[in-house]
Design a protein around this ligand. Structure first.
Ligand SMILES: Cc1cc2nc3c(=O)[nH]c(=O)nc-3n(C[C@H](O)[C@H](O)[C@H](O)COP(=O)(O)O)c2cc1C
Length: 217
């Protein structure tokens, strides 16, 4: 195999799957997202709900990581995490986020930008208890984003938590729960030949209606 540094710049392919016209779009971007999400599921895409989440410190230094979309609707896009993680601390200081989700097989990207607020304890609780027991224990074990001395520290803490919560419901950790990103803009991107992709951005007006603009690729 060639040195990846030698060939990375030459990686390219055309985007040819399909076009996106204004007349294809639902007036409601959440409905449009639902249509695309269903198509992505039907295309059998692995980790179809994985999305990049960008946050920033109060003084504007960005950070990004992948999280899983766990709900969407008129009130926003939901994911779950540790509130004391880097992303949690950043959202606490600066409650704005952007999400980007990419479905390569469909040559589609969606971006959602807006303010982020915590889900209610009840909602976090409901989701937490729907997770496999191992994941629930994992949330108690991990001080997400903090340095940890060794793998064995995690293994020992898992054994401790397994014993502590044996034969009873595992409570929702106080530092764990959801965020909902309430969209101010939602952009739908469809890859096209010659890098002349189709982009449509929905912008929420003060009265709650959505203005749609085609953007240059
Ligand atoms: C496919 C995938 C899905 C992930 N889903 C989540 C998630 O839903 N919530 C979460 O906290 N971390 C998730 N992670 C881990 C995050 O990318 C990240 O490592 C972690 O949240 C710590 O981020 P932070 O230090 O920036 O806060 C996921 C990682 C991958 C690759």
């Amino acid at each position: 195999m060639e040195d990846p540094i030698d060939y990375v710049a030459s990686l390219r392919h055309d985007y040819v799957a399909q076009g996106l016209r204004r007349s294809d779009l639902d007036a409601d971007p959440l409905k449009q997202f639902g249509t695309w999400f269903t198509a992505a599921i039907e295309a059998g895409i692995r980790d179809v709900n994985a999305m990049s989440l960008a946050t920033a410190t109060a003084d504007g230094r960005p950070s990004v990581r992948v999280v899983l979309l766990k709900g969407f609707g008129a009130d926003g896009f939901t994911f779950f995490t540790n509130y004391e993680s880097q992303k949690g601390r950043e959202l606490n200081a600066n409650p704005y986020a952007e999400l980007a989700i990419y479905w390569p097989q469909l040559e589609r990207q969606v971006r959602v930008r807006g303010s982020a607020e915590k889900t209610s304890r009840e909602e976090s609780q409901r989701y937490f208890h729907s997770r496999p027991v191992g994941s629930q224990l994992g949330a108690w074990v991990s001080h997400q984003s903090e340095p940890v001395d060794a793998r064995r520290v995690l293994d020992a803490r898992l054994a401790e938590m397994t014993e502590r919560f044996a034969n009873r419901e595992i409570p929702l950790p106080p530092n764990w729960g959801g965020y909902r990103v309430k969209p101010e803009t939602i952009e739908f991107w469809q890859g096209r030949p010659n890098r002349l992709h189709d982009r449509f951005r929905y912008l929420r007006a003060a009265d709650g209606s959505w203005q749609i603009d085609r953007l240059s690729p």
